[in-house]
Design a protein around this ligand. Structure first.
Ligand code: UPG
Ligand code: MN
Length: 960
């Protein structure tokens, strides 16, 4: 038994593979995008407009945030625990449960008490369990509620234990009784007992509610100004005399001292007080922290957590076990993404495979020692500096768990005094509380204690574990309306961004202390508030540009003509004259800049990269959604709420943080409203967005919606009226014949072109020295008049080609293959000279043309390339021209206009051939029907290459 593991960790290999391949692909595309952006920025004249630069910056920021997010997907794991293998109950360590409440109006006392009761009823030895409630409101109602809860617990806990209830939050248990499968069914004893308990529960609720009505509003000020109140619930029952009392966990009410002149550090302050007070009372080695609305849904969570804490292999560095935040009030549609799906379903299991999940505020079992920090070799003076002046507490820091001290009535008044001292608001002055470890709030006015405390712990080399059993361990209440959700989001993002702006910025403070991937995870959250910048840009700029007809992408008048020959039909590409500026640019800059040079020129096909990035991220999101069993609707909801959050919560959060940083804003923590409003809940359940929100929240959202609608309608209308489609979408693919740009087919084709480009990791002509690139300088109308083409080519080539050999060596050098394609259906023959030169000849008499071609290439000295690595098909294509020409009857299916050889093959090729493979293609189009156009074309090529032909053909193309 002992040797069996208490828990196992399974890493999901398949999803790691999917995630990593996606990341890699997407990353490549992003690099391509920046390459394009940068090059078109360098090349475009005049320099791009401000909107262009802003859009560029937005894309950069989005990509950086995306990159950090990838760390979460690197190594997702899941864990299983075996609580039945834990040691005997007597050997289990103690647990102190900390519950925080702050405001009895927003956090109904009855609900808080239900959380308290469910924690007391945890399936854990009662003498090892203690529950502390911190009441920041200092409300007499809460104290009264605690006393009542204590009384009710006397009946409730034995009932739970006796019948082994699985639901131990009384409210939930009684409200779901009809469909409750808990307890031994049909047992008369159980039914009887249940009715009795139900009566007691009703009595309990009645008393609490009545007290709530009487309390009035006199408490408003007292919540900010009162002495510490600490009360241990232990009144002995008088009425049930004779019945042997069941063991009960300790229950303590703590309301720390509050003074308007002191900062109280919100929840972190409250938790630190509990840490101290519990230290001198029970000093349990483990601590469970709960929000007041988060009840224990699965009583076994404590034992599950112990499966990790008690594993000697991992426990030395282990700081806490984090359970996911789950919510009882999520509707099926979950329009506000209240369940924070991405966080707890994707990110936390992901980071669990690294150093461990980020602390999430509630539902975690923390090792007390981890919060105290390094205690070794410290003298009393140091300890006092660090922990304050309570001797009792300093002793507790070193003491192991000692339960029962407070049962002794004599010492209990002393203890009470000491506890009050520990809960006073001056106790922390001139100590290290809030710094180092503890519950950290080193940043003035800081309230995001969870993220920050976890961060500090991880920086100290501690680890954490994410435990996500199928039965939710804890259930809380989520926000169910737009306003609350965005207010809460503002608070979180303000906190996150405050850390980013402080000296604890994860990129600086974390990087040297944590592994890179873990830092990236923290970094993602640190940057998340900044989503607001790109979203504001992208939600306004393109729209305004569309409306005003300003092309947002730089218009490149020059466009390199080239074509791809992937599986798609051969493309003809518009030729636009290169401007001399660019040509000279090309000749002047070093070769790799030539890449940039030609790149900007082919802006069109980069449309593909944009589409890829967009589609890939959507598809990945979809994959995540489907693989975790969520619905498509969830995807839509998440996208929508992300955009809404970006323009509101993230925006205000970041601004708040910046203002706080400059001391222009006071710290505040508005607890989330936990009182359900029936009307709101009804709307939420129906899946309707509730727009009853503050103007602060609504203004940006509505403004943007209107702007987008107006721009879209206005922009499209304007384009139709003015016919300025091309200008506006100047970035669209410029593939096709002149004058007939932008047909849908050409747009589709351009995808193929870009795909090829991507496959080769380089733009067209990038391999050529600038001087040779200029061969491609061709005038606009070449395509319509073959003679003109030839003339141009001749003049261009003439500069270089002093002879055929020279030409072959310098221009077509290293081109390994001739590619042929015969398309019987369209009756075309396509012949490519390693994609550099392709002839498309419409002809019925193919053999005749072949003869001509044969003639052309007879004069060329071909080299045979040696390449053992080529696969069969490519090898076939790599044969020299003669070989192919010799076989006048083609093997019909085998010879295909192949797509370019895969990059590695090209690279491995000897003799510099690697330099040469690319897809530049010259098309010569002739029609066989009309007066031997094909022959003419061939003749032209022959002339071009310096071959000899009969006079007729020559006279057509070579007059000048
Ligand atoms: O001055 C304060 C303010 C709040 N709280 C308590 O803190 C808890 C969380 O407050 P809530 O209003 O529910 O905020 P949420 O945004 O729902 O809480 C999330 O975010 C907080 C950080 O902003 C974390 O502390 C929480 O654990 C996490 O659930 C509640 O129990 C409050 O009673 C205090 O004790 N003192
Ligand atoms: Mn909450």
């Amino acid at each position: 038994m002992k040797s069996l593991p208490l828990h196992v960790c399974t890493s999901s290999i398949s999803s790691a593979i999917i995630n990593r391949s996606y990341s890699l692909l997407h990353f490549t595309a992003l690099v391509a995008l920046f390459y394009y952006r940068l090059s078109s920025f360098l090349l475009s004249k005049p320099k791009p407009s401000l909107p262009y630069l802003l859009v560029f910056a937005s894309e950069m920021l989005l990509s950086i945030i995306w990159l950090f997010d990838q760390a979460y997907t690197w190594r997702p794991v899941s864990r299983t625990t075996f609580p039945e293998r834990l040691p005997e109950e007597e050997e289990l360590p103690g647990i102190d449960v900390f519950i925080c409440t702050a405001d009895h109006k927003k956090e109904p006392t009855l609900e808080v008490m239900n959380t308290v009761l469910s924690a007391m009823a945890l399936d854990y030895p009662s003498d090892k369990l203690s529950v502390y409630l911190s009441d920041d409101g200092g409300s007499s109602l809460t104290l009264l509620g605690m006393r009542e809860a204590w009384l009710f617990a006397r009946s409730w806990l034995p009932f739970c234990r006796r019948f082994g209830l699985k639901t131990r939050c009384p409210e939930v248990y009684f409200s779901s009784l009809e469909d409750n499968s808990d307890g031994p069914l049909h047992s008369l004893e159980y039914e009887e007992e249940k009715e009795k308990i139900k009566g007691k529960y009703e009595l309990f609720t009645e008393r609490v509610n009545k007290a709530g009505e009487n309390i009035g509003s006199e408490e408003a000020t007292s919540s900010k100004d009162h002495t510490p109140v600490i009360e241990v619930m232990d009144d002995e029952p008088k009425d049930d005399a004779g019945i042997k009392q069941a063991k009960m966990p300790l229950l303590v009410y703590v309301s720390r001292e509050k003074r308007p002149s002191h900062s109280h550090h919100f929840k972190s302050g409250a938790l630190n007080v509990l840490l101290r007070v519990s230290g001198i009372m029970t000093n349990s080695p483990y601590i469970l922290v709960l929000d007041c609305d988060m009840y224990c849904n699965d009583p076994t969570s404590a034992k599950q957590a112990m499966c990790f804490h008690l594993d000697p292999k991992i426990s030395p560095s282990l700081a806490f076990i984090q359970f996911p935040q789950k919510f009882r009030n999520i509707s099926k549609n979950d329009i506000y993404d209240g369940q924070l799906r991405k966080l707890f379903v994707i990110r936390w299991p992901g980071i669990d495979g690294l150093q461990g999940p980020i602390l999430s505020g509630t539902g975690f079992y923390m090792k007390r020692e981890a919060l105290y920090g390094n205690l070794s070799q410290k003298d009393v003076l140091h300890l006092k500096q660090s922990f304050g002046h309570s001797n009792e507490f300093i002793m507790s820091v070193h003491k192991i768990y000692q339960y029962g001290a407070i049962k002794n009535t004599e010492s209990s008044s002393k203890l009470q005094q000491e506890a009050q001292f520990l809960a006073s608001c001056t106790y922390e002055n001139n100590t290290l509380w809030g710094e180092q470890a503890r519950v950290a709030y080193s940043i003035p006015g800081f309230h995001l204690e969870d993220y920050f405390t976890g961060f500090i712990l991880h920086c100290k080399g501690k680890t954490s574990i994410f435990c996500n059993p199928s039965k939710p361990a804890f259930l809380g209440s989520s926000t169910t309306n737009l306003n609350d959700m965005l207010v809460q989001g503002t608070r979180w993002n303000c906190g996150l961004f405050e850390v980013t702006l402080s000296k604890f910025c994860p990129f600086i403070y974390g990087l040297s202390r944590m592994p890179l991937l873990q830092t990236m995870c923290y970094g993602y959250l640190a940057l998340q508030p900044l989503y607001f910048l790109p979203l504001w840009c992208l939600a306004t700029l393109p729209q305004l540009c569309l409306l005003n007809g300003i092309p947002i992408y730089p218009q490149t008048k020059e466009s390199l003509w080239w074509s791809g020959t992937s599986g798609l039909s051969p493309l003809a590409v518009e030729t636009v004259q290169w401007k001399t500026s660019i040509s000279s640019f090309l000749t002047e800059v070093p070769k790799h800049f030539c890449v940039a040079g030609s790149r900007g020129v082919v802006s069109s096909s980069w449309f593909m990269v944009f589409s890829f990035i967009f589609l890939a991220s959507l598809l990945k999101h979809l994959e995540e959604i489907l693989s975790t069993g969520a619905s498509i609707q969830t995807l839509l909801n998440e996208q929508r709420i992300w955009m809404m959050k970006s323009v509101t919560a993230y925006t205000y959060g970041s601004l708040d943080a910046i203002l706080k940083c400059f001391g222009m804003r006071e710290a505040s923590f508005l607890p989330t409203n936990k009182v359900a409003d029936d009307e709101q809940v009804a709307l939420y359940q129906m899946g309707k967005l509730n727009f009853q929100a503050s103007t602060m929240i609504l203004t940006p959202i509505i403004t943007l919606i209107i702007l987008n609608m107006v721009s879209f309608i206005g922009g499209v209308a304007r384009m139709f009226i003015a016919g300025s489609w091309n200008e506006t979408f100047g970035q669209g693919p410029r593939v096709g014949w002149p004058k007939r740009l932008y047909t849908h087919m050409q747009i589709i084709r351009s995808f193929g072109v870009t795909a090829l480009e991507l496959a080769h990791y380089r733009p067209p002509l990038s391999h050529l020295p600038p001087s040779k690139s200029s061969i491609m300088k061709i005038t606009e109308t070449w395509i319509t008049r073959i003679e003109k083409l030839v003339r141009v080519l001749r003049t261009q080539l003439g500069m270089l080609a002093r002879g055929l050999d020279f030409l072959v060596k310098n221009v077509f050098h290293g081109l390994p293959s001739v590619v042929l394609k015969k398309d019987f259906k369209r009756r075309t023959l396509c012949m490519g000279y390693e994609f550099r030169l392709v002839l498309i000849l419409k002809n019925k008499r193919i053999t005749r043309i072949l003869r001509v071609i044969n003639h052309v290439f007879q004069n060329v000295k071909f080299r045979r390339i040696s390449d053992r690595n080529f696969n069969e098909k490519v090898r076939e294509h790599s044969l020299l021209t003669q070989n192919i020409i010799r076989r006048l009857t083609w093997p019909s299916n085998e010879v295909d206009l192949n797509s370019p050889a895969p990059v590695e093959q090209v690279i491995s090729r000897a003799g510099g051939f690697a330099e040469c493979l690319n897809q530049e293609t010259i098309f010569v189009k002739g029609s066989s029907g009309a007066s031997g156009g094909a022959e003419k074309a061939c003749g032209s090529i022959i002339c071009l290459l310096g071959g000899e032909t009969d006079g007729e053909e020559r006279s057509n193309g070579a007059n000048d």
